[in-house]
Design a protein around this ligand. Structure first.
Ligand code: TA6
Length: 290
């Protein structure tokens, strides 16, 4: 409990370090860092090895989006006329509503929230509440994102979990589940194509938006020669991104060689916007399992 005590103390600082007290013998098996800026899960270590990627050049100024872990895109995925790319959720300061604590199954849990404010309404004049619940089991990590329309008018949005997975070497990564699906290729003028490969590999700049993807993907080549199962509910789309050496120089907060060490496989509701009437709530879930 001492650990939780000092966690409470550090809560007022910038991020929360959740050390899941999942004893295997007498060792800690998991470590998690979540930043208040964007409720960005920065790091998720299992057996001492991070599943998530943090750029060495990432900016932690509570202004810019953090190029690490799992930034949240909301209320708009991609370029946005009315505001910043991928929306304002990843550059807003979230509130820790519950936790960190342990649930009855011994999982470490925490709940973050974001409600509309002066700044968000200037970009997007709607009243909303986002709730982001995190549950860390032994080798699994579940996130539940809820969007509630707390206003008087209907609104539309797109959203996505922009997962940065740490990999041993991008050239040996494979991702399952896209064969036969249509995708928008942002590297080829947003043209539409049909995926022919059973397993995706990455050997060049890739930026593809797949629609109506299956509820799970298997990602091989995760840090430490591991395989990650990514399951999703009510996130019908999947985006795959790696800037390769081609586009890496365009990102000042990314080292030129770092493209070799991560793959973005992102769970989203981006191809078709979600419409929420006043009082309605949207829920989507992602579960990552090693
Ligand atoms: O999700 C893929 C993508 O939309 C790419 O187009 C690329 O821009 C990437 O996100 C990173 O975006 P960011 O705004 O974080 O630089």
């Amino acid at each position: 409990m001492a650990v939780l005590g000092c966690l409470k103390e550090s809560r007022i600082r910038f991020y929360i370090l959740i050390t899941a007290l999942l004893y295997v013998g007498s060792t800690f098996s998991q470590k998690v860092q979540v930043h208040f800026h964007g409720a960005t899960v920065l790091s998720w270590k299992v057996a001492g090895k991070d599943v998530l990627f943090q750029s060495r050049e990432a900016i932690y100024d509570n202004q810019a989006p953090i190029r690490a872990g799992i930034p949240i895109a909301f209320p708009h995925f991609g370029q946005w006329e009315a505001g910043p790319t991928h929306g304002f959720a990843r550059t807003s300061r979230w509130t820790l509503e519950e936790g960190p604590q342990k649930d009855s199954n011994g999982n470490a849990t925490a709940v973050y929230s974001l409600v509309d404010n002066e700044e968000t309404r200037q970009l997007w004049n709607h009243k909303f509440k986002l709730t982001y619940a995190l549950v860390f089991g032994d080798t699994a990590f579940k996130t539940t994102l809820k969007v509630k329309n707390t206003g008087e008018s209907t609104f539309n949005f797109t959203t996505l979990l922009h997962n940065y997975f740490r990999v041993d070497d991008i050239r040996s990564v494979t991702v399952s589940g896209m064969q036969g699906l249509e995708y928008i290729d942002k590297t080829r003028d947003f043209q539409r194509f049909t995926e022919s490969r059973e397993l995706l590999t990455v050997g060049e700049f890739v930026d593809s938006v797949y629609g109506n993807t299956p509820s799970s993907h298997i990602i091989k080549g995760i840090n430490g020669g591991r395989t990650l199962h990514m399951e999703k509910e009510n996130f019908p789309d999947t985006v795959v991104w790696n800037p390769w050496e081609t586009m890496s120089p365009n990102f000042p907060d990314l080292g030129n060689e770092e493209y070799l060490s991560f793959v973005c496989v992102e769970a989203g509701h981006v191809v078709t916007p979600v419409t929420l009437m006043p009082g309605e709530e949207f829920t989507a879930v992602q579960t990552l399992t090693l």
